[in-house]
Design a binder for this molecule. Structure first.
Ligand SMILES: [Zn+2]
Length: 417
């Protein structure tokens, strides 16, 4: 059956069959309600008008175990050309890509004429580590121009079959293809995987990094559920997908980015000897996220966490204290809309100078996003850390800049620091 795609429809498509294996056996895990698109932020002072919102239900495939979103929104709505996300701004990401380079140059024999292609290359953060080799970035965002300025050849376009064919014609096949934090985002995942395989030289290696379902479930990262993230991978579901397209996973490990991700190495069957990391990770998943009971408990724990946060905020507001939010990443939008935080609870959300989000409202609310200096001038009694997954990096920094109040870390269980 031909699958209806959301791309270019200006609308959305309900997931009635598994995005990878086409099975109809999809079991609901949790429904977070209707969410506004996280990149549509209205200017401060504008009167609320009609806005789209999309249901956010997470479902699990009983056939291939893929956990996925129950709805696909047209990527043109979610990723406008001026999509402002720059990956180099996060230290954890920069360190991770440096470590990726160290690791893969030990595993893969990489010559100076070997081509490394990064899909979803953004501002060239990953490829900037591969300067001793031939590199090529592919990214749909305008930010790709920054990479070009840094000397990293970049195709500014969506990764499609046509683009893959063009790349092979002009640059040849690749020794390494990387896709970090994009494998969950692209709609037609089987086609994309097929196109990745077509880019690989016979002994080529595909390295993917995706947000990992295990920490998501264990540390209640329901706030990473938004419409950009169509799939929440386990090693089981990634292995299923890659094997379907003739690739064999030969190494896998957990990495710290985005609150916990998974890095997977795959190549054509038999090219590389499988490390024992693969079996170990698969075994660990069987006892946790593959257990349907554990997924059911996840929902119960998320609900309790929401109520606890709400109750904590209620006590603070009852004392007449002020709460400012710290940083407005996409995940803040999910947390705010799911928990039901409005501008009566959180006065404003802080972003660092230069952020394009400053001067706008958090999606679905009238909470203004202001420059960080407001936090130090106004000294609210509490700061709610929406980037809680990097709280350890963030809190000392904000403290050293002179904030005297207390911090609220909202997840996994709300706590005051
Ligand atoms: Zn499936």
């Amino acid at each position: 059956m031909e699958k209806k795609l959301a791309f270019n429809t200006g609308s959305s498509v309900v997931t009635r069959r598994c995005q990878v294996c086409n099975s109809e056996k999809l079991e609901p895990i949790i429904f977070l309600g209707y969410m506004p698109p996280v990149n549509q932020m209205h200017p401060i002072g504008s009167v609320p008008d009609e806005q789209p919102s999309y249901p956010a239900q997470v479902v699990s495939c009983q056939n291939c175990s893929l956990v996925q979103l129950g709805l696909t929104v047209d990527p043109k709505i979610l990723f406008p050309y001026e999509y402002p996300y720059t990956s180099s701004t996060t230290k954890i990401l920069r360190d991770n890509f440096a470590e990726l380079y160290q690791e893969c140059s030990k595993i893969i024999k990489l010559g100076k004429d070997d081509l490394v292609i990064d899909i979803g290359s953004n501002d060239g953060n990953l490829l900037s580590n591969f300067t001793k080799h031939k590199v090529l970035g592919i990214t749909p965002e305008e930010i790709g121009k920054l990479a070009i300025e840094k000397g990293i050849p970049t195709i500014i376009d969506y990764f499609t079959t046509k683009v893959a064919e063009q790349v092979i014609k002009e640059h040849g096949k690749a020794k390494i293809v990387t896709a970090t934090n994009v494998f969950a985002h692209i709609e037609n995942i089987n086609q994309i995987t097929e196109d990745v395989v077509s880019l690989l030289a016979d002994d080529g290696v595909f390295i993917s990094e995706s947000h990992y379902l295990k920490p998501l479930v264990e540390t209640l990262q329901y706030d990473t559920v938004y419409h950009e993230h169509l799939r929440y991978y386990s090693l089981h579901s990634l292995k299923f997908l890659l094997e379907k397209h003739g690739l064999e996973v030969f190494h896998a490990k957990g990495i710290p980015t985005h609150g916990g991700s998974i890095r997977v190495y795959a190549a054509r069957k038999g090219t590389y000897k499988a490390k024992d990391t693969v079996k170990k990770m698969l075994d660990a998943e069987k006892k946790t996220i593959l257990d349907r009971k554990k997924l059911k408990e996840f929902k119960e724990r998320v609900v309790m966490s929401k109520l606890e946060l709400y109750s904590l905020l209620k006590d603070i507001k009852a004392e007449g204290k002020r709460i400012y939010g710290i940083s407005a990443p996409s995940r803040a939008s999910t947390l705010i809309n799911y928990v039901g935080i409005d501008d009566g609870i959180v006065d404003a959300v802080m972003e660092i100078k230069g952020s394009h989000k400053i001067g706008r409202y958090v999606p679905g609310t009238l909470i203004p996003v202001l420059e960080e200096s407001a936090l130090y001038e106004d000294q609210p009694e509490y700061a709610l850390v929406f980037s809680w997954h990097i709280a350890d990096e963030l809190i000392p920094k904000i403290r050293s800049k002179g904030f005297k109040g207390k911090f609220i870390v909202p997840l996994p269980r709300p706590r005051i620091v």
